[in-house]
Each structure stands twice: as C-alpha cells, then as structure tokens.
Design a protein around this ligand. Sequence first.
Ligand SMILES: O=C(O)[C@@H](CO)OP(=O)(O)O
Length: 229
Amino acid sequence: MRQSTLTLIRHGQSIWNLQNRFTGWIDVSLSPQGLQEARQAGERLADQRFDVAYASTLIRSQETLYEILRLNRRCSGYRRIHEGDSAWYEHFKPGPEDQDTLLIHFAEELNERFYGDLQGLNKDQARQEFGAEQVHIWRRSYDTPPPNGESLAATAARVIPFFKDRLVPILQEGRNLLIAAHGNSLRALIMHLENMTPEQILAYELATGVPIQYRLDGALNILEKKVLD
Ligand SMILES: O=C(O)[C@@H](CO)OP(=O)(O)O
C-alpha cells in the first residue's frame, strides 16, 4: 500500500489572535509575528515535496500557505484550482527540479469554526459580560455552540466528511498533502485521524504556525507523527 504524508498547519498569529478577539469566519490577516511564524514553518518544510495543498477560504490560512510554498524548493509550478481573477499565486518562482505542478485548493469546509455572535468580541470582555465559565463552555465544550455559531461537533460534521470524500483519495494515491487551516477545524480533523475522544481533542491546543506532520500508510494508519516546532 502506498504511503503518503499529511502536513497540517494552523495559520500564523492573526491580528485578532493578537488582540485576543473571537475570530471565526471574520477575514483577518496575519500579524507581523504571524507572518514570521509562517516563514519559519516554510523554512522547516522547504525541502519537502508536496503534491497538493489546501487552505480555507480565509486569508490568514492562505497567507500562511503562500509563505510555505514561496519558500519551498521542490515545486516547479503552482496552479490554483477553481481560480477566479486572483493574482495570489503568480508570485511563485519555478524551482529547479521537479516538473509536476502543485495543485492548490481553497475549501470553505476547512474554515474556522463559525463563532456566531461572539465574532469580534474581545475574549476577556466576553468573560466579564457572560462569565468565565460560560465562555469556557462556548470555547471548549464539544457540542454546546456559542450563540448562533457552530460547536466543535458541528465543525467536525463538515470537516470530517470533506476529509473522507476529498482528501483521503489524494492520500491513498500516495500523494503528499499540505493543509493550512485553523485551530478548531484542525482539531476536528486530528480527532478523526488520531481516533481521539472529544475530551482528548478539547484539551489539545494547536500552536499557531507550527506544522504537524503524519506519515500514513494506504489505510491511513499513522506510521509516524512529528511536530515541527
Ligand atoms: O477566535 C477563534 O476563531 C478561535 C481561534 O483563534 O478561538 P478559540 O481558540 O477561542 O476557539
């Protein structure tokens, strides 16, 4: 059976991470530190070969992916799938060796958990307004959604089917997949991959801009996991 690698990265620090605000689907860019984190990740991954790359539709994940691919030495060409008029990928320079084109997809299914009415609120102010316990339940319970938003269970209900339908076939072909996404959408994915319980995944905090790399067999069993910090 063909082996593959799956590399996951939470976007670098965003401006609203820095300001400690609930972000969800608000389209906020990386902070200067976040850009630096993305570049460091790019340096760590510079000699690795990726065949397919995914980001969410949110700019902070795309900026992170952009920095990683810009620094990668193993691809000769990049093509965004379903592209509109974006000049997003045109800055890439051809690498010296490989002839294959890296395919880039943006997928809404990988977006951050939709935080509903909390989006834009400062997390400390939310604790003052609603109480620390309530805010903790909204942030880290599995199936209690924030007001008008998605729980982690609801996020998993879109991330995991997308992974099974669209991403598993890529991995089973032995292709190496890179995904730049978000704290909670990646939690949902990691819970599925590592067969974790909701309690285990809720205790799992992902650092911004740190790649997690799995080597998988054709049945998607994990042969090796590395955190590239
Ligand atoms: O604000 C958000 O969208 C997320 C990730 O930054 O926050 P939390 O860690 O509270 O789920």
